[in-house]
Write a protein that binds this ligand. Structure first.
Ligand SMILES: Cc1cc2nc3c(=O)[nH]c(=O)nc-3n(C[C@H](O)[C@H](O)[C@H](O)COP(=O)(O)OP(=O)(O)OC[C@H]3O[C@@H](n4cnc5c(N)ncnc54)[C@H](O)[C@@H]3O)c2cc1C
Length: 366
């Protein structure tokens, strides 16, 4: 782990490899491993006092864990926090085995209490802006993880109705079944849990999801699950029930291919290069203005200036670094996650954004 943030020039003097990511990498100790189902385990982490600020999180956010690999040294995988910052003291992620998957099986087979795990601090934008809303939560399989954090937080902090539609293969594969029963008994007027079991009802179709969700179309929706479940649900809510896309939030589970723990490498400007753009960035309530070299990604620039800009995958796939362009234009080198509606709202991925205009204004606080 490299904690320095001083720039170090390479022998050629062309690139600058800056120890910036290291300050975002932390090691936490596993205090407990809980068997949730035959295929899913929860990992409970201790947060030492000195890291409590860095590990403050919102319901729906995730951790990025570094998992050892004999082949590549390590792989990085994101796991949503199933704990709620409002009702749980410990930091917990819940990992479900993926058939033939490397990281999930490594964690389920090898994670034990006492083990230290490298990780990036919590990030992600699958977070309710207002816990006082009425919620329509839709999850399938391991997609329950961030949804559970939102559900517990809304029940504890809000006073609205919470409806959970939760699809699973069969009864034995229902993660958090007991806790959901308990919460439904404690909040009979506020929490409704509708289970869908594939073993009994078959795969949930767009039509059946639409029928179940129709009475709750005025609620704020949060959806997480495997690809086919997500597309059927999004089609049902947005197209069939006409819900506004701003009220339908999705979290896509996929594996990171690159290495977000790797240090940032800058191309130093050379004589004759185009003059930099100017960017004004609002982050955590403070405005900052910098020269922005034309080929540099916004996230890399902000980390190089010592700002605590959010990120996870660094490959344009997870949206943890999403921010909003308020003035000017940027290009994204890769975008595997944002949809046309997001782009129309000016949302871009900081980890992939480079300037197209001389002046750009961006906010992370939208
Ligand atoms: C924001 C976010 C939050 C997440 N939260 C959770 C969570 O709370 N709980 C959870 O369990 N998961 C979560 N995930 C998913 C998690 O990060 C992993 O993607 C998941 O655990 C699978 O990883 P793996 O290493 O086991 O599988 P991988 O090794 O990545 O394999 C995944 C699948 O792809 C196939 N595959 C692998 N390599 C190839 C290849 N080269 N060609 C074709 N097929 C291939 C495998 O056979 C397997 O079926 C989250 C993901 C994101 C982005």
């Amino acid at each position: 782990m490299n904690d320095t943030i001083e720039p170090t020039a390479t022998a050629e003097g062309i690139q600058t490899n800056v120890g910036l990511v290291g300050s975002h990498v932390h090691q936490l100790k596993l205090s407990r491993v809980i068997d949730e189902t035959a295929e899913a385990r929860s990992l409970v982490f201790e947060v030492p006092e000195e890291l409590s600020e860095k590990f403050r999180y919102s319901p729906g956010q995730f951790l990025t864990l570094r998992i050892p690999s004999d082949l590549t040294g390590s792989v990085a995988r994101c796991y949503s926090l199933s704990s709620s910052p409002h009702t749980d003291t410990a930091l917990t992620v819940t990992v479900k085995r993926t058939v033939d998957g490397y990281g999930s099986n490594w964690l389920c087979d090898n994670a034990t209490a006492g083990m230290s795990v490298d990780m990036l601090q919590p990030s992600g934008v699958f977070v309710p802006k207002n816990l006082g809303e009425n919620f329509l939560l839709m999850a399938a399989g391991s997609g329950i993880t961030p949804v559970m954090a939102i559900l517990k937080s809304a029940l504890s902090q809000g006073s609205g109705k919470v409806v959970l539609i939760y699809a699973n293969r069969d009864e034995k594969s229902v993660i958090f079944a007991e806790e959901l029963r308990r919460l439904a008994a404690e909040h009979p007027d506020r929490l409704t849990v509708i289970h869908w079991l594939e073993s009994v009802q078959g795969l949930p179709s767009r039509a059946s999801i639409g029928t179940l969700a129709a009475p709750f179309r005025e609620h704020e929706a949060f959806i997480c699950g495997p690809g086919p479940f997500m597309s059927a649900t999004q089609d049902a809510l947005q197209h069939d029930l006409g819900m506004d896309h701003h009220r339908v939030h999705v979290e896509v589970f996929q594996s990171i291919e690159g290495d977000p723990f790797a240090e940032i490498v800058f191309e130093e400007p050379e004589a004759g290069d185009e003059l930099p753009a100017t960017v004004t960035v609002t982050l955590d309530g403070t405005e900052h203005t910098f020269d922005w070299p034309r080929g540099t990604k916004l996230l890399d620039l902000l980390l190089s200036k010592g700002l605590d800009a959010p990120f996870s995958c660094r490959q344009g796939a997870c949206s943890a670094c999403a921010c909003q362009v308020e003035e000017g234009k940027v290009d994204m080198l890769v975008n595997d996650i944002l949809e046309d509606e997001d782009l129309a709202d000016g949302i871009v991925l900081g980890c992939q954004a480079v300037p197209l205009t001389d002046i750009v204004k961006v906010t992370y606080d939208g």
